[in-house]
Write a protein that binds this ligand. Structure first.
Ligand code: ZN
Ligand code: ZN
Length: 226
């Protein structure tokens, strides 16, 4: 009966354990929610189903908090494999602690220094930081940031290699700043290439991006970084 079908589908193709918080992709394959989240995080460019290789790139644009377990399967498994499901729950909770979510803030401050018909001078400070974090903590994640300014600046490329990640310049106009954010190797994360369009409004202007870091779970020593 249904138990047989359950047995043949009970294990996650990624971790090979009992599916916990099962979630299905559009190709119809089912994984643990955490396994799928990690799979998305560690696939930098192309994202293909590990079973059928169907394109799952759409998941890149889905914030992982929008992925939800299938509640029918979740309750079915919880009933059918009471003890094992409990164990999987505590395992998953522990593993989840290794996922660190940060909100990256990119923006600029601005001050009008002088104004006349020919020559208006603005002082601006670009900043890249994590919401609610001390600047020194940011340095545990971000190794360096390559900032490309308008070519009229000399030099136009600046490397910020330690926190606080800020850059102050004086100029006369707004322009698009391109940024390449490099993370420390232990996070196993590709560079984040983004941009910031300078703003000369009175208030600070900024944008926010959610970034997830996967703490290394191998048996090396740096498990107590945070
Ligand atoms: Zn799994
Ligand atoms: Zn598939």
């Amino acid at each position: 009966m249904s138990g047989d079908i359950l047995v043949s589908y009970r294990d996650c193709p990624i971790c090979l354990k009992l599916l916990f918080e099962p979630v299905s992709t559009l190709c119809g394959h089912t994984f643990c929610l955490l396994c799928l989240e990690r799979f998305i995080l560690t696939s930098n460019h192309t994202l293909q189903c590990p079973i059928c290789r169907e394109d799952l790139t759409y998941l890149h644009s889905t914030s992982s908090k929008h992925l939800k377990a299938n509640s029918i399967l979740h309750n079915l498994f919880r009933q059918e494999y009471v003890k094992e499901y409990d164990i999987r729950q505590s395992e998953t909770e522990n593993e989840r602690k290794n996922i660190i979510k940060k909100r990256l803030i990119i923006g600029n401050r601005h001050q009008l220094l002088s104004y006349d018909y020919d020559y208006t001078r603005h002082e601006w400070t670009l900043f890249i930081k994590f919401e609610n974090d001390h600047q020194k903590d940011v340095g545990q994640f971000i190794k360096q940031i390559i900032v490309n300014l308008h070519p009229t600046f000399v030099p136009s490329q600046i490397i910020l290699d330690k926190p606080p990640f800020r850059l102050t310049r004086i100029g006369w106009a707004v322009f698009n700043i391109s940024l390449s954010i490099e993370f420390h190797a232990k996070w196993n994360k590709s560079d984040l290439v983004t941009n910031w369009f300078l703003s000369f409004s009175d208030a600070d202007t900024q944008k926010m991006m959610e970034i997830e870091f996967q703490k290394s779970t191998d048996n090396t020593t740096n498990n107590t970084v945070l």
